[in-house]
Design a binder for this molecule. Structure first.
Ligand code: NDP
Length: 325
């Protein structure tokens, strides 16, 4: 396993990490979740990602129970939670001081840990002043309840505003962003965040590296059974993820991966890892064999020569120029 610094912080995260969205407490049995955690940890993964909304808290309960059962020493793993969608009532959501404090307490209980290593604002909250959110996160750090705080799907401007507030009041600024980043979804990461990475040395824990499974090639020839995009209630994700043009490109990428002697999931994850602004790629898996395959993506990095990168660009046709000012 390779370890990367999380942005400008001293924290080292494994270049590959494991997330639990839609799987833990929902799509998969707890026994499978345990197998995934063991495989990940034994392979050097040290970061496990979670959120209050995942399976409405059950994902954190499952992960917390497994960590406790396995008896991992606290200094051998990094665990996160994210606040934003806690419930339906007005103060059960958002990034107010009240919700951040209460959501943090609840996550600590569900995960059965004394502190969260990483705590994310899961989305920006237009109904809360950014200064209230920055102060609340700073206070959670000084109280020892969280160690680092970050943002998820915030605009570069919102991240910069949080920084400015932190500087003004001498507070601890956010360390990392959790954005979607994959071959089909790259503009914000590569273009909008350019200055955030360059000037703030912001870290990143990127999500959906395989575009919810599309970039494995499993939808190349029809719709397979027992996959995320066929799950009840996820039509919105299926509609957002699958399109004729994306599937055509995925077929071409599959062919390229095979010509290179590898598989598309490995190539697609390696492509994310190849971006130096990626601190860690959060993997998702519903089956053990998937994690086993994805864990070998680091071996594929040397295949990403300039020539191969250009072949990939030729298929994707979605690279946007970064204006370096
Ligand atoms: P991916 O895009 O990698 O999708 C993972 C899914 O793809 C698996 O559950 C599995 O689904 C399928 N898959 C993975 N590997 C293989 C393989 N080798 N062969 C075949 N199928 C495979 O990542 P996720 O969307 O799961 O995101 C990863 C993590 O990022 C989440 O768990 C979460 O922690 C985080 N996240 C954060 C968000 C945020 O807003 N901050 C939003 C979303 C995720 P199946 O078997 O069902 O087809």
């Amino acid at each position: 396993m390779e370890y990367r610094r999380l942005g400008n912080s001293g924290l080292q995260v494994s270049a590959l990490s494991l997330g639990s969205w839609l799987t833990f407490g929902k799509q998969i049995e707890d026994g499978i979740a345990e197998q995934l955690m063991i495989k990940a940890y034994d392979s050097g993964i040290n970061f496990f990602d979670n959120a209050e909304i995942y399976a409405r808290g059950k994902s954190e309960e499952v992960m917390g129970a497994i960590i406790k059962k396995l008896g991992w020493k606290r200094d051998t793993f990094v665990v996160s939670s994210k606040a934003f969608w806690g419930g339906d009532l007005p103060n059960q959501k958002g990034l107010s001081r009240k919700h951040l404090v209460e959501a943090c307490e609840a996550a600590l209980k569900r995960l059965q840990v004394e502190y969260l290593d990483l705590y994310f604002c899961h989305r920006p909250d237009l109904n809360t002043p950014i200064s209230e959110t920055v102060w609340s996160m700073h206070n959670l750090i000084t109280q020892g309840k969280i160690l680092y705080w970050g943002t998820s799907e915030w605009s570069a401007q919102e991240i910069q505003e949080a920084y400015t507030v932190a500087e003004k009041y001498n507070l601890i600024p956010p360390t990392m962003e959790q954005p979607q980043y994959n071959m089909f979804h790259r503009e914000r990461f590569e273009v909008e965040y350019y200055k955030i990475f360059r000037d703030l040395k912001y870290g990143s824990t990127i999500w959906s590296p395989l575009a919810s499974g599309l970039l494995t090639g499993k939808y190349n020839d029809g719709f397979p059974e027992d996959t995320r995009l066929g799950m009840d209630g996820l039509d919105w994700l299926k509609d957002k993820t699958l399109s004729e043009s994306r599937i055509a490109k995925t077929r071409a990428l599959t062919k390229l991966a095979n010509e290179l002697g590898t598989s598309l999931p490995k190539l697609a994850i390696a492509w994310c890892l190849n971006n130096c602004n990626v601190s860690t790629v959060i993997l998702g898996a519903s089956k053990l064999y998937q994690l086993e395959e994805n864990l070998t993506s680091l071996d594929v990095l040397p295949l990403l020569t300039n020539e191969v990168i250009e072949k990939i660009e030729g298929i994707l046709e979605n690279r946007k120029e970064v204006l370096k000012f």
